[in-house]
Design a protein around this ligand. Structure first.
Ligand code: 4NP
Length: 161
């Protein structure tokens, strides 16, 4: 089981989009039972709120539902509970490191550092650009999933031969 926590500032736009895009990708590849995927915020600003309406709209255009998700804040114990803690921008990584009390196991990464063009994902809550956010997050999730399959799944599959 590979456990992934996506993290952004508010947990109402980017990290829930990443959570539900990634769940959709692993489901389409028949790998749902090998993953546990969730998302959280570095701030308490939106605690308990549903996913932003514009983010839900964008996801639903792609046939993805984010119903039932409410914002939660990342806690220190999440560091031990997850294998990969994936932030959306550099600023998230500093806050995640602070919450976790450091990153001794190298679990904290920036999503688009898995792509061939490493960069931050701009916050659509401020830019209003949910199309770019979706495309960037989709690209990052695909690259992350390919990396994880190479790193974990093919290896365990090989053990089973
Ligand atoms: P997110 O966007 O980090 O992508 O969820 C934000 C949503 C809300 C706030 C900040 C960022 N806020 O400060 O309320």
């Amino acid at each position: 089981m590979i456990k992934i926590l996506f993290v952004c500032l508010g947990n109402i736009c980017r990290s829930p989009m990443a959570e539900f895009i990634m769940k959709d990708l692993v489901e389409k590849r028949g790998l749902s039972d090998q993953f546990q995927i969730a998302s959280a915020a570095t701030s308490s600003e939106e605690h308990g709120n549903p996913v932003d309406r514009r983010a839900r709209q964008k996801l639903s255009q792609k046939g993805i539902s984010a119903d039932g998700k409410h914002a939660v804040q990342m806690r220190r114990q999440d560091y031990a509970a997850y294998d990969y803690l994936i932030g959306m921008e550099q600023r998230n990584l500093s806050a995640m490191d602070r919450i976790a009390g450091g990153d001794p196991e190298g679990k904290i990464h920036r999503l688009l550092d898995f792509s061939s063009r490493p960069r931050d994902i701009s916050d659509p809550w401020y830019t209003g650009d949910f199309d770019t956010a979706y495309e960037d997050i989709y690209e990052g999730c695909q690259c992350l999933l390919d990396d994880l399959i190479r790193r974990h799944i093919s290896r365990s599959a090989l053990h089973n031969i």
